[in-house]
Design a protein around this ligand. Sequence first.
Ligand SMILES: [Zn+2]
Length: 294
Amino acid sequence: MSIGAEKILRGQIIEHLKGIVSASGTVTREQLWDFDLDGTTHRLIDRSRGIRNPRDMQATLSIMSAPDGPYTDQDLDGSLFAYAYREGTVDGDNAKLRRAYELELPIILLRRLSPGVYVPICPVYVVEDDTEKRQFLIALDADLLNIAQPSSPTPLERKYVSQITKRRLHQPEFRARVLLAYKSRCAVCRLDHGRLLDAAHIIPDPDEDGTPTVDNGLSLCKIHHGAYDTALLGIDPNFRIHISPQLLGSNESPVIEYGFQQLNGGEIALPTRTADRPDTDRLSVRFERFQEAC
Ligand SMILES: [Zn+2]
């Protein structure tokens, strides 16, 4: 395959993959193994290894990492994502990843959430091959391709890298975990269209307690997320829904009537696993803010 054709194919695969993830937050091993694009099957994952080097492509297509995996990949604050060489020589499996670096080809980073379930981060790019530390540095966004020295970013660049890591790695993983816990439904109205669902923070993330953990999250549709963030809707520590008096008085549209007024006093849908349920202390803090705003 020519480089031009390979670039186009990678772009198509990545766009199609993003479409799947916008609906469900995650992709399964089966979906990656039997990835259908216009009637042709592509393998986006290797049968047994954490790197996919298709025979008909010049470079690596996907790499896998898990926050608790055996490789020393890491996403340190302000540093670029490091992906350790595969075991063995500096070549072997690593040679095709080095080709992705040389040819500046976009690749897919598969973050493993649980066995057979992944959050794909793409496109990402290899921006440095560090033979001494036996690792590649990965830019999680094309905006980071212009850093002159990827292994030692300037203080300003570090700040930017941190923002990108949060937006491109931590937020998609948070959304994926929350959607899985709530079975891709809005906790307030039970809407189950993944493309309309967000993972809302109970305590917002600039706060110290605003961690991207499932017990600080709620699966909410876009409307109820917006209402929760603007104090038009509150959830008390007993998981009860409260609608702001501003919306209880008016009767402007069916959305107000069915999407808000009739839900007042009802209970949110909860994850099956107790550990995934919203932390009641955080709900309490957030509910006080709602009451103050009313
Ligand atoms: Zn909803």
